[in-house]
Design a protein around this ligand. Structure first.
Ligand code: NCD
Length: 329
């Protein structure tokens, strides 16, 4: 049942996010975007609270973006990276989380290469009866909610900078192309975009896009279409999201060669001619230039929203930390 106040304590998945929650995130992020355009870019909202970034897997933009977002809200931040931690001495993940709990952490932002770790830590915090919120910053192939929300914000603010809302995406054609099988970004985006009423077209070679993905689109306001060729997917598209080939997650040789992959599924200026004339391209990063997207297109500000996505990420993560963190002190 949608409510008119924010009640979600942890952000672990977008599978059950409501329209009200999407719009609240978008509008809260818009107001923080305005704060970030001021000369003094900081607000006292989370003063006295501790935000711990627990990154058990490498990350550049997500970790830095959460750290900056927490600092802009005046929270105290702790940053953990597994390579330099006691994990290397045999400490369990749960014990690491409890160490941060004992230091007074209010919000844990967690990334792990195994699906389900953030939700296991959230369950443990709830079992202990402590008011600690957990935010999933990417778990295995499962979900990456803050990335999909910043993608949503990037698209909606382009369509209406003054009033970003999911309604703007109704019947827009959005293509997600690349290694969908291994992508948590794709899974979270499928939830947010189909909830917004967009027509979502997935495109990849069959080895990277199994038929079971069609199930994600059942009973959602927006429809989901699967393509094993890129060109039909691109026809009249409004937005194209490109994804990296996640080689670290591939257990078998799923592609003949990178050259052939680029020819068939790489997004380039010439392939974009099939799309709407004002089509825009997104990519969550990190990018393999010349593989999933041509280097020229990535750097072309007429089409590429990649830098805007990174900028939007800070405002969106401020919104998420604010929404789950306010009322704690
Ligand atoms: C993505 C991730 O880590 O899931 N990157 C990101 O968070 N910006 C996508 C990727 O690794 O390719």
């Amino acid at each position: 049942m949608p409510t008119n106040t924010w009640t979600r304590h942890h952000i672990l998945s977008l599978a059950d996010f409501t329209a009200f929650e999407y719009d609240t995130v978008l509008q809260t992020a818009a107001s923080f975007q305005e704060v970030l355009s001021r000369r003094t870019k900081k607000v006292p909202t989370l003063q006295g609270q501790v935000v711990a970034n627990l990154f058990f897997e490498p990350s550049t933009r997500t970790r830095s973006s959460f750290e900056l977002a927490a600092k802009r809200l005046s929270a105290d931040t702790l940053t953990f990276t597994s390579a330099t931690s006691s994990i290397t001495k045999g400490e369990t993940i749960l014990d690491t989380a409890k160490t941060y709990l004992a230091m007074g952490t209010d919000i844990m932002v967690i990334r792990h290469r195994e699906a389900g770790v953030p939700s296991a830590i959230a369950q443990e915090m709830d079992r202990l009866g402590v008011r600690v919120s957990v935010l999933n910053a990417g778990d295995g192939q499962h979900e990456h909610p803050s990335q999909a929300l910043l993608d949503l914000f990037t698209i909606c603010t382009l369509l209406d900078p003054n009033y970003p809302q999911i309604e703007l995406l109704k019947n827009k054609k959005i293509v997600i192309v690349g290694d969908i099988l291994h992508s948590r970004v794709a899974r979270s985006n499928i939830w947010s975009l189909t909830a917004s009423g967009a027509q979502v077209h997935l495109a990849a070679p069959p080895t990277l896009l199994p038929k079971l993905f069609a199930d994600y689109g059942e009973d959602r306001p927006g429809k989901l279409f699967l393509h094993w060729e890129l060109e039909p997917a691109l026809q009249d598209a409004d937005f194209v999201m490109t994804l990296r080939l996640q080689k670290e997650r591939m257990t078998a040789n799923l592609l003949p060669s990178l050259r052939e992959y680029h020819q068939l599924f790489g997004v380039t200026h010439s392939k974009l001619k099939l799309c709407q004339p004002n089509v825009k391209v997104l990519h969550p990063g990190p990018v393999n230039r010349g593989v999933e997207i041509s280097s020229e297109l990535m750097d072309d500000p007429e089409f590429s929203l990649i830098q805007t996505q990174i900028t939007s990420g800070v405002a969106v993560r401020m919104a998420l930390l604010y929404l789950i963190g306010s009322g704690k002190v």
